[in-house]
Design a protein around this ligand. Structure first.
Ligand code: BJW
Length: 236
């Protein structure tokens, strides 16, 4: 079986990383204006403010640990490979918790917080400390040219060709912990349905696209994801 998964902030919520649009008022975009922090125009206008926002999140990420949902998805990757299948794990998350749980192949369509991109020479460097206007690019030596290696509104997500190629080959599409409100990821379920691929949503509550899914499972990712993985592997 070829499984295509897209994960969102909900999969990392129980690891202490905030989600963006929680209805209880704690979501990142409830507290902060994305137009002031997550667009290339905002970064050009006020790079210090954007760096401060991502520096705080980077420090929080370094302290965080993967949860049972991340570990279950790593186990699924191994189990599918052993059964001549495969897992394409696409995440909208910029954290590295899937990798830290053992997932080998993760497509970070919205980038990675622990990397910095030089806007002068285009080299992407690993980055674990605070970033600002004084930091120097290790490749070209310039200062003031580094930005977080993340995809902001209006920018093209990464590896989009590879993502659609994998979706076209899939037998099952699963969306986990995403509100399905940001495109193009929110459109994957429509693509899957048009291709005749079975669709499943695992989330705390119905997402914006819930009616598009053949199967819907609601609960905490740390509980619902391991249960789903166990049931899928037993059914194969
Ligand atoms: C739990 C849980 C628990 C909680 N267990 N579950 C078409 C129509 C309309 C607009 C557009 C369109 N196409 C493009 C646009 C514009 C824009 C867009 O979509 N805007 C919308 C707001 C309408 N998109 C873009 O600009 C994108 N670029 C683009 O489209 O380029 C052109 C293109 C053309 C053709 C092909 C391909 C591309 C870029 C989008 C970049 C998004 N960037 C951000 C910030 C990244 C860096 C950072 O982290 O700061 O990405 S915004 C933010 O939202 C972040 C996330 O990855 C993304 C999605 O959020 P996610 O993961 O779904 O989180 P939440 O909080 O929304 O949901 C969490 C869910 O978890 C909830 O449902 C909870 O219930 C659940 N949950 N606890 C299980 N314990």
């Amino acid at each position: 079986m070829r499984v295509f998964l897209v994960t969102g902030a909900g999969v990392s919520a129980e690891s202490g990383l905030g989600t963006f649009r929680d209805k209880d008022g704690t979501g990142i975009w409830t507290r902060f204006d994305p137009m002031k922090l997550a667009t290339p125009e905002a970064f050009a206008r006020n790079p210090q403010e954007v760096h401060a926002f991502y520096n705080a999140r980077r420090r929080n990420l370094i302290k965080a640990k993967p949860n049972a949902a991340h570990f279950a998805l790593a186990r699924l990757e191994t189990a599918l490979a052993e059964r001549a299948g495969n897992l394409t794990l696409v995440t909208q998350n910029i954290d590295d918790l899937h990798e830290r749980a053992g997932s080998e192949r993760v497509i970070h369509m919205h980038g990675e917080l622990l990397k910095a991109h030089c806007t002068a020479c285009e080299v992407v460097n690993p980055w674990r400390t605070d970033l600002g206007l004084r930091e120097r690019c290790a490749a070209c030596g310039r200062t003031g040219t580094l930005r977080p290696h993340v995809v902001w509104f209006g920018e093209m997500p990464f590896q989009i060709g590879e993502i659609y190629a994998a979706l076209n080959e899939a037998d099952l599409f699963v969306a986990i912990g995403t509100s399905s409100s940001v495109y193009p990821a929110a459109g994957f379920v429509y693509e899957a349905r048009a291709l005749g691929i079975r669709t499943c949503e695992i989330n705390l509550e119905p997402s914006d696209n819930a009616e598009q899914f053949d199967e819907r499972r609601y609960g905490l990712a740390s509980e619902a994801v391991p249960t789903w993985v166990d049931e899928l592997l037993t059914s194969m």
